[in-house]
Design a protein around this ligand. Structure first.
Ligand code: ZN
Length: 593
């Protein structure tokens, strides 16, 4: 990183005994993020030489591979640069404030040599430190020691093989580092960006690590690192076997609800240590960095992880159960408003992640379902079914983890394990409906003292999860368009079959007036209430650069806003079942937040 402002990582790769020729390749994707990202488009200045600095011939084979004619030299030294100016958890970023990389975007592998041990040396600009979950190599400084001895800027790490190398992202800079220990194993948080309380985050991260250590029965690694990046508006996480990267909003630490979302993200990525890393889809064993790999099981790995992300916060007493019930109501509402859920199964959502989930567009709500969102609710339904048979979803997760850590989880592995608990017919019926089929999620919440309630939306941004206001006054007419969150009143999606759909309102239309008068969100909602289900709107919209009139005949609003409510007089059995599930008491009725 001689000139960080130029966003170029300078990489040197030494291959011992390369033989007559060696093919070097950069991955096209990085595990955990199912999109072909074509990292090789950022590679430049590729050249090779032998140990005596004599040039070796290089042939570019295709978009991501290079063939080096090493002609029996004992060593091939390859140099190249990688442009790194994309700040996400899956890419590489280098500027005057820090460097961050995922190995898949930066480090070539030698075909046929990826199983061998690798050594990584990072040479940072003066005054910068290096943090990664890789173990320090002999003579290297420990990256998890905030005040370790300075070894003169030598940061040397060893990786068992290429998989471990690229599964260990590296943060380089003047970031803060907080260390803590759980079960005697070192953990740390490396924080890039100003404006967060790292001490508080480290304390709560320790609580979450302790929770999952108890939940899964120990910690299956020697050291763990959370890399946290602060930014203005983006949010995302990427899991690794012994680390994770979290991109968090700078405002994600206050108020409490925003902070709990940050902790939820941290809990989610951490649980992946077991669920998708330790226990991996067999279809992804070994990783093939050159092309897409397909599994029908992403709903299990992301849905179940999302389910425990929220539940863990309640069980670890970081969040109250009221918040959790509100969250579940919001998820049920989002799914009820999604026409795509009736068209795409969880299996199909998993298989098509590469072209659907990771490439959403305005038609996604009408054509697709998220294996995170529906997967979380199906995980809840499965947990409730297993609890009815004296088991739990965490029993199932632990059993699958023990059974399939080596070869990976077969495509039918979850269903077979469920069948052992509830019988083959019940398991098949559950998977036909929820995983292979597109029927609504059927869950029996009565044993844990809850019922699902429905009502109409009471505002454009009514996400459900609460009973809402007591209904009074005129009933609003239904439009069926989602509005973006920006200052302009832009349509983000039009629900199939809705009045807006029938009237020919389009995604990206910018609503500027109704009946000739300027409207904002609040005024447009008032017009819906004023006109009612039998009324109409006379919308004026900018479509691309043209002003267009769109009359809309409104309709009866659907009852697509859901929330969970404790039953009126819970029995002792319901109370104790709720407590066994959430680790907290069943809330009193009407204490919605
Ligand atoms: Zn995940």
């Amino acid at each position: 990183m001689p000139e960080p402002h130029g966003h170029l990582f300078h990489v040197e790769l030494a291959v011992e005994q390369p033989g007559d020729a060696i093919v070097l390749a950069l991955p096209v994707w990085t595990p955990g993020s199912y999109l072909v990202r074509e990292f090789a488009r950022h590679v430049e200045g590729f050249a090779a030489e032998d140990a005596s600095a004599r040039p070796l011939e290089v042939e570019r084979l295709d978009k991501h591979r290079f063939r080096v004619a090493s002609r029996g030299a004992p060593l091939a030294r390859i140099r190249y640069r990688v442009f790194a100016h994309e700040l996400t958890v899956r890419t590489c970023h280098l500027d005057g404030s820090h460097g961050f990389f995922n190995g898949a975007g930066l480090l070539l592998y030698a075909e046929g040599r990826a199983r061998e041990a690798h050594v990584l040396e990072v040479v940072p600009p003066p005054g910068w430190r290096v943090s990664t979950a890789l173990a320090p190599a002999p003579g290297g400084r420990d990256p998890l020691e905030p005040a370790g001895p300075d070894t003169g800027g030598r940061w040397l790490f060893s990786a068992r093989d290429y998989d471990e190398l690229v599964d260990s992202p590296v943060e380089i800079g003047t970031h803060e580092l907080a260390a803590f220990s759980v079960h005697g194993k070192p953990h740390a948080i490396a924080l890039w960006g100003r404006g967060a309380d790292l001490g508080r985050l480290a304390g709560d991260a320790r609580t979450i690590v302790e929770h999952f250590a108890g939940f899964m029965g120990g910690l299956p690694y020697e050291r763990y690192l959370f890399i946290v990046h602060l930014n203005a508006s983006g949010r995302g996480g990427l899991e690794h076997a012994t680390s994770s990267t979290l991109l968090v909003k700078r405002t994600g630490f206050f108020p409490r609800d925003a902070y709990l979302e940050t902790l939820g993200l941290l809990a989610h990525e951490f649980l992946h240590v077991w669920n998708v890393k330790g226990l991996r889809p067999a279809a992804l064993v070994p990783y093939d960095y050159a092309r897409e790999q397909y599994t029908r099981l992403l709903w299990w790995f992301e849905g179940v992880t999302s389910y425990y992300e929220e539940l863990a916060l309640v069980r670890a007493r970081l969040a109250d159960p009221q918040r959790y019930l509100k969250h579940l109501g919001e998820e049920l509402t989002a799914l009820a408003r999604l026409p795509g859920a009736a068209k795409m199964s969880l299996e199909e959502a998993s298989l098509t992640a590469w072209v659907k989930f990771y490439r959403p567009d305005e038609n996604s709500p009408n054509s697709a379902v998220s294996y995170y969102q529906k997967g979380e609710l199906v995980a809840l339904a499965l947990d409730l079914m297993l609890r009815g048979s004296g088991s739990t979803l965490e029993d199932l997760l632990r059993a699958l983890y023990r059974r399939h850590t080596d070869g990976g989880l077969p495509e039918d592995g979850v269903e077979r394990a469920v069948a052992e608990v509830v019988g083959r017919d019940n398991a098949r019926a559950f998977f036909d409906r929820h995983v292979r089929g597109t029927g609504p999620v059927a869950m029996d919440l009565e044993p844990v003292g809850l019922t699902v309630k429905r009502r109409r939306a009471q505002a454009f941004d009514d996400k459900g999860g609460t009973p809402g206001k007591a209904e009074s006054g005129p009933q609003p007419g239904w439009l069926g368009a989602s509005l973006g969150s920006g200052p302009k009143l832009a349509v983000s999606a039009v629900r199939e079959g809705s009045p807006a759909w029938r009237a020919g309102l389009y995604a990206d239309d910018e609503i500027v007036a109704e009946s000739g008068f300027r409207v904002d969100r609040a005024a447009l909602w008032d017009r819906l209430c004023e006109r009612g289900p039998q009324g109409s709107l006379q919308l004026t919209v900018f479509r691309r650069d043209e002003l267009v009139q769109v009359p809309v005949q409104l309709a009866e609003p659907p009852e697509d806003t859901l929330w969970l409510e404790p039953v009126e007089t819970p029995t002792d059995a319901q109370r104790s079942a709720f407590e066994a599930w959430c680790g907290a008491s069943l809330p009193a009725r009407g204490v919605a937040r």
